[in-house]
Design a protein around this ligand. Structure first.
Ligand SMILES: Cc1cc2nc3c(=O)[nH]c(=O)nc-3n(C[C@H](O)[C@H](O)[C@H](O)COP(=O)(O)O)c2cc1C
Length: 131
């Protein structure tokens, strides 16, 4: 059993969202949950340029695709692989300025460019996972 944990706070120390997520993670571990895969989008933000690069990849003839597009698509694949591999998903995401943080928006936007996340993709790859 694998838990995917995403932290969105830019704070390493004193972070309330991390503290709450720690409670969930500790409970997961204490009840035999197993491995935890982590991604810290607050500490290691996803560049805001990646979404447009990945979103335009499919519309760009192969010979015109840029390094940025390839890098962004590769990261999108990695991000979705993490979600698919997990049995449960834990998102510790603060509110900043009346909404989710730019870090989390950049993450979600990039994830949604991935072909497995398309509404027309076969199956619901994240269906049934507790979040
Ligand atoms: C710049 C900034 C903007 C914030 N904006 C909001 C907000 O619009 N709404 C809200 O409920 N909390 C807001 N907060 C409060 C944070 O959600 C709260 O401090 C939270 O604990 C931050 O997560 P962390 O403790 O994991 O870093 C804001 C905090 C900061 C630093």
């Amino acid at each position: 059993m694998n838990l995917f944990r995403l932290d969105g706070s830019f704070r390493e120390e004193g972070s309330q969202s991390r503290a709450i997520a720690d409670i969930v993670e500790n409970q997961w571990t204490a009840t035999g949950g197993g491995d935890v895969t982590r991604r810290h989008i607050g500490a290691e933000p996803i560049p805001s340029t990646y979404w447009a690069a990945a979103a335009s990849f499919g519309y760009t003839p192969e010979e015109y695709r840029t390094e940025l597009q390839h890098t962004a698509v590769a990261l999108a694949t990695e991000l979705v692989d993490e979600l698919v591999a997990a049995d449960a998903l834990l998102f510790a995401v603060p509110l900043y300025n009346f909404g989710v943080s730019q870090h989390f928006k950049a993450y979600i936007d990039l994830v949604l460019t991935e072909e497995r996340m398309a509404p027309t993709a076969p199956g619901q790859i994240l269906g049934g996972k507790p979040v």
